[in-house]
Design a binder for this molecule. Structure first.
Ligand code: SF4
Length: 176
C-alpha cells in the first residue's frame, strides 16, 4: 500500500472490455460500444479502481481481423499454453499487488466468450455454436494459476444484454 492519494485498488479485465478493436467479426458489441464499454469504465472511475487490462489471446493467436470460433475449435494444446502464459503473468501480478498491500477487487471477463467467459462459454454441438454454462479457456487457466498461488479472486463477466445487472454485480464487487 502506498499512502500518496492513490486508491490502492485494481481490477483485472478482459482486453476487449476497454478495447472493442480486439473483438472478432460478428458480435454486436462493437456497434454499441465502438471503443470500450463506457458504463464499466464509469463505475471503475467512480470507485477509483485502476484497470489492469489482460492481453486478448484470440487477437494475438487468430489475428486482428478474424471470424469467431468456439471453445471446442479453439481448445488445442498450443492455444491453451498461450492462455496459460497470460494467466501465469496475470496471477503473478495479482500476487505482487496483494503482497504489497494493494486490493485486487476481482476479474471482469466477457460472457459467452470461448476464452474470457466466466458464467458461460460457446462450444460446438452437433455442428452448431451453442452457449453453455462454463468458463472460457483463458479464465480456466487464470483460475488454475490463481489457485496454485493460493489466491481466491472473484470472477464475473459482462453480458451486453444484461448491462444493468452486470453493472450492479461489478459495483458490488468493487465496493465490497
Ligand atoms: S478473447 Fe477475450 S479479450 Fe479477446 S475479444 Fe474475446 S473476450 Fe475479448
Amino acid at each position: 500500500m502506498v499512502m500518496d492519494g492513490r486508491s490502492n485498488k485494481v481490477i483485472l479485465v478482459s482486453h476487449c472490455i476497454i478495447n472493442s478493436n480486439s473483438i472478432c467479426i460478428g458480435p454486436k458489441t462493437p456497434s454499441i460500444w465502438p471503443a470500450m464499454i463506457n458504463e464499466v469504465v464509469e463505475v471503475l472511475m467512480r470507485y477509483k479502481v485502476g484497470i489492469v487490462q489482460l492481453p486478448c489471446p484470440e487477437q494475438l493467436v487468430y489475428g486482428f481481423v478474424r471470424e469467431g470460433i468456439t471453445k471446442t475449435e479453439m481448445d488445442t494444446v498450443e492455444y491453451r499454453s498461450f492462455c496459460r502464459r497470460i494467466a501465469e503473468d496475470a496471477a503473478e501480478l495479482v500476487k505482487k499487488y496483494l503482497e504489497n498491500g494493494f486490493r485486487v477487487v476481482g476479474f471482469l471477463g466477457k460472457r459467452a466468450s470461448p476464452s474470457c467467459g466466466v458464467k458461460t462459454t460457446q462450444i460446438t454441438l452437433e455442428g452448431r455454436n451453442v452457449e453453455v454454462e462454463g468458463k472460457g479457456i483463458l479464465v480456466e487457466e487464470l483460475e488454475n494459476e490463481l489457485k496454485k498461488r493460493g489466491i481466491n479472486l472473484k470472477l464475473i463477466d459482462f453480458e451486453r444484454t444484461e448491462v444493468e445487472k452486470c453493472l450492479r454485480e461489478l459495483e458490488d464487487m468493487v465496493k465490497a
